[in-house]
Design a protein around this ligand. Sequence first.
Ligand code: SAM
Length: 424
Amino acid sequence: MNVNDSEKVAGVLRARGHEPAPDAESADFVFINTCAVREKAAQKLDHSLDRLGWLKRRRPELRVGVGGCVAQLDGRAILERAGHVDVLVGTHNLRRVPDLLDQAIEEGAPAVDLDRKADAFAVPAGDIAHGSPVRAYVTAMEGCNHVCSFCVVPRTRGPEVSRPPEQIVAEVESLVRRGYPEVMLLGQTVNAYRHRDVGFADLLARVDAVPGLSRLRFTTSHPEHVDRSLGSALRDLERLCPYLHLPFQSGSDRVLQSMRRGHTRARYLEIIDGLREAVPDLALSSDVIVGYPGETQGEFEDTLAVLETVRFDSLFAFAYSPRPGTAAALAPDDVPAAEKQRRLQVVLDYQQRRQREQHAARVGLTEEVLVDTIDGGGRVSGRTPHFRIVHFDGEEGLLGQLVRVKVTGAGPNALSGQLTQAIH
Ligand code: SAM
């Protein structure tokens, strides 16, 4: 979602006649799009601003902008920390960056817009500067109504707002006309999507029916909104890929309750069983947090047990960090940093072993790959429907093509193979 926000900012600047600069050193304007979800991500802003402060002392005409979640969260305090910021914009007004830049230049003072009531989807579809020529992100909904104790996102992005389905379908149609074979629908809790009588599975069906689209994906889902209709959609819709990212965060019921996740470990596993019954080869990925306040060694082992039961195809694991204004930040952050890192490493090592095994089992099979990257040196790579990366020898002209690749090698993070046939 943050990548997509950056694409929107780049797009509206381009539509106003600005051009991308090769690097910050030669740019007239540098815009930093920020993430507040973990402390480390938020700290990156200060490092970047320090660096831009040095640049601006050498080139006072340089303009600096800050936007996104940290901007929304910290507001004008950023201007106090960094007097060289010219544009400050929250999560809901990215389309105003070019106006704010003009205003800052004209008035010689910082231009600020942190209003959360603005229309979050107001960036014209044609203006979005998609970073990939193959996979285009499409906003389905924004915000989050959940109250997870650790998460700052509802404070920064506000409550859920679903976009009208007609707008989403029109955007996908225009992307297909412009040659994009794959779209990924985005939302913080995308499967909570509801616009009047159109639920998430209905939306998937409508987008899946867009002629010319090769692949459809979506992210991120919340267990609370998984129902039978999602399993049926994953089973029945032709272009919808058999892949689901479904965070579970912890395997301990005490921790889950304290996190206010709205599900137990048993309920999560029941959801996974139901989905696998509908789609036996469904690829699954998840998010986990280790070192949540009060997490004991036994509770951490409960998380490992869920990994062992589900055997995810990929995993995003995070060491807990307290975020301002969240309920969990009121509890003592009592798992020592070194212990959090140890638990994180145990999870990552476990997952690497699983992925190595799962990938090794694909050797000898033929995968359908949508080529999305030129690796260089006569190599290209792409993703299988299950989102596995496959590297192989191929021409640059294969970018955006669906091909068949025979898998000959496997590592923990990717497969390698040989091109056998171009599909289209
Ligand atoms: N909306 C999604 C959900 O609720 O499942 C996830 C959104 S969040 C941007 C991505 C992941 O970051 C979360 O699933 C969680 O694992 C992790 N995360 C969020 N807050 C965190 C915190 N305070 N410390 C560590 N990890 C955190």
